[in-house]
Write a protein that binds this ligand. Structure first.
Ligand code: GLA
Length: 401
């Protein structure tokens, strides 16, 4: 076949084939629309990073109290989520039962308590026969569990992927999405299959957020088997920016801020970059005992405003020069959020020029440092700052019109 004929044939085939490929992931029987309850990334707290299975209703109440009274609720945090190990058994009719020793008042009473604080309540389950912690999973009970959650007042479900065998992730998450949508209550679906089954190809129609990696650990750069450091996880996010947006977010896993394994400078970098990534901001420390330093990181309203920007565009890493990086996130109205990130062992003077930010060289802009709160007025051409070792300088750049 002559080359031009081959090209013409390919072009026609592409037109015919493309819609089929595009719809392949669209349905699987999921015809109720996804509730629009995560138009900006969800914010809250989850028990796992701090407590693992050592969780009980007293701790959850204390966290809810702290979230409501410490300024976290005012800063935008709302979901109080119990991760694995709250479940114990199923009753004879299949209803999931909480561990009676750790949750003697029951989950509904706990959800009511959280709601009484003006907050929302979340739970965890798993698409397999068991959860990762070996508790009863939801396989075969998806619709019953979703109805139970709705009757308890659950607002958010983290749905894990242990003990699933050789099953299809898209189909399993679709089943739970359908069950939740038919439960009569709006429930955020947080997909947690660690990015193993190409969720970027199918998860946006099914869940409100999806994990992109295995678990985070409270470490700047030291990985250990299945649990990954802040830097390792950050590097895995670089190419994912096209997938994320309002009501469907990439989830680089929960925050470790305040858990003790990193310095305050490193935690500020972690928080800054999660905000740049439009990540769900799910605190993972004990809010009831946190230090002022931790509190001030988690409640930095200028940084949170970047995370919650309604345009919902995830940042791109536009400069990578060894240990020195520039991350840029376009914001609604034309502002840019920029992080100058220094992975090295020494402080460094770093710059970003207007060309990188796609702004005319002569344009004047105000530059606000979102941690020090200093504002530089009428800056032209480039912005320069001293960035501490293992640190981030995060600014909001407002072009003058
Ligand atoms: C998996 C998840 C974690 C946590 C644990 C609970 O590892 O990725 O976030 O939920 O299970 O067992």
């Amino acid at each position: 076949m002559k080359p031009f004929k081959l090209l013409a044939l390919l072009a026609v085939t592409a037109v015919i084939v493309a819609p089929v490929v595009a719809t392949a992931h669209e349905n699987l029987g999921l015809d109720t629309p996804k509730p629009k309850i995560a138009m900006t990334p969800p914010m809250g707290w989850n028990s796992w990073n701090k407590f693992q299975c050592n969780i009980d209703e007293g701790k959850v109440r204390a966290v809810a109290d702290a979230m409501a009274s410490s300024g976290m609720k005012d800063a935008g945090y709302q979901y109080v989520v119990i991760d694995d190990c709250w479940q114990k058994t199923r009753s004879a009719d299949g209803t999931i039962q909480a561990d009676p020793e750790r949750f003697p008042a029951g989950i509904k009473a706990l959800a009511d308590y959280v709601h009484s604080k003006g907050l929302k309540f979340g739970l965890y389950s798993d698409a397999g026969a068991k959860t990762c912690g070996g508790r009863p999973g939801s396989r075969g009970y998806e619709f019953q569990d979703a109805r139970t959650y709705a009757s308890w007042g659950v607002d958010y479900l983290k749905y894990d992927w242990c003990y699933t065998g050789p099953s299809n992730a898209e189909a399993n998450y679709t089943t739970m999405a359908k069950a939740l949508r038919e439960s009569g209550r709006d429930i955020v679906l947080s997909i947690c299959e660690w990015g193993d089954n190409k969720p970027r190809e199918w998860a946006a129609n099914i869940g409100h957020q999806w994990r992109t990696t295995g678990d985070i650990r409270d470490s700047w750069g030291k990985d250990e088997g299945w649990s990954h450091s802040f830097l390792w996880i950050l590097d895995k996010q670089v190419d994912l920016w096209p997938d994320s947006g309002p009501n469907h977010w990439n989830d680089p896993d929960m925050l470790e801020v305040g858990n003790g394994g990193m310095t305050a400078t490193e935690y500020r970098a972690h928080f800054s970059l999660w905000a740049m990534l439009a990540a769900p901001l799910i605190a993972g420390n004990d809010l009831s005992t946190m230090t002022t330093e931790t509190h001030d990181i988690l409640t930095n309203k200028d940084v949170i405003a970047i995370d919650q920007d309604v345009l919902g565009q995830q940042a791109r890493r536009l400069v990578k020069d060894g240990d020195f990086e520039v991350w840029v996130r376009p914001l609604k109205g034309g502002d840019r959020a920029v992080v100058l990130f220094n992975r090295s062992e020494a402080a460094k003077s770093m710059s970003v020029d207007w060309e990188t930010l796609q702004m005319p060289d002569g344009l004047k802009a105000d530059v606000k440092d979102l941690w020090s709160k200093a504002v530089a007025k009428n800056v032209k051409g480039k912005f320069t700052a001293d960035v501490p070792s293992h640190g981030a300088v995060m600014v909001r750049i407002t072009p003058k019109v």
